[in-house]
Design a protein around this ligand. Structure first.
Ligand code: ZN
Length: 164
């Protein structure tokens, strides 16, 4: 495995591959943030110091029947020019979610063939993560609906009381 395989297979931009760990049915790729992706969000400068460290783990699509994760070592950055403090964010990240963008795309592909429960079981993740990805997609799709063109609204399955 290498930086370029991670880029081409999982669309992981902005990282440098370090090592791989095989553990049961899990493969973990360890990596660091590339220096050129670190730039002050306030003043644009590239002089900085590290102020704190954490590790974030991201779900990737499976290889064969193995679950894959990116384990990214992150430093909190302090801008030497303006003093701003921030955690670097990379193009494959989706907010604070614990999956890479390419994982979300696989989920959306699979949801064309099965239910949220089915996709969650197949990928070995919680129902709520699949539901969240589905919700993000719906929000993106239906953010800009013009209501003045709506003539009918359909409502699927609602209850007035528990058990109805
Ligand atoms: Zn700055």
């Amino acid at each position: 495995m290498s930086t370029s395989v991670l880029y081409h297979a999982f669309n992981l931009k902005g990282i440098t591959y370090r090592t791989t760990r095989f553990k049961g049915d899990v493969i973990e790729y360890f990596a660091d943030v590339k220096e050129e992706y670190i730039r002050c969000p306030k003043c644009g400068q590239r002089q900085y110091t590290f102020k704190g460290q954490k590790t974030r783990s991201f779900h990737l699509g499976p290889i064969g029947r193995k679950k894959c994760f990116l384990v990214l070592s992150l430093h909190r950055i302090k801008c030497s020019t303006c003093g701003a403090l921030w955690w670097p964010s990379l193009p494959f990240m989706v907010g604070k979610h614990r999956f890479a963008r390419s994982f979300a795309l696989i989920v959306l592909d699979l949801l064309r063939f099965g239910t949220i429960r089915w996709v969650a079981d197949y990928l070995g993740v919680g129902w709520d993560m699949i539901k969240e990805i589905h919700k993000l997609k719906l929000q993106r799709l239906y953010r800009n609906i013009h209501l003045h063109k709506v003539r009918y609204i359909g409502i699927d399955e609602f209850s007035i009381r528990k058990g109805h």
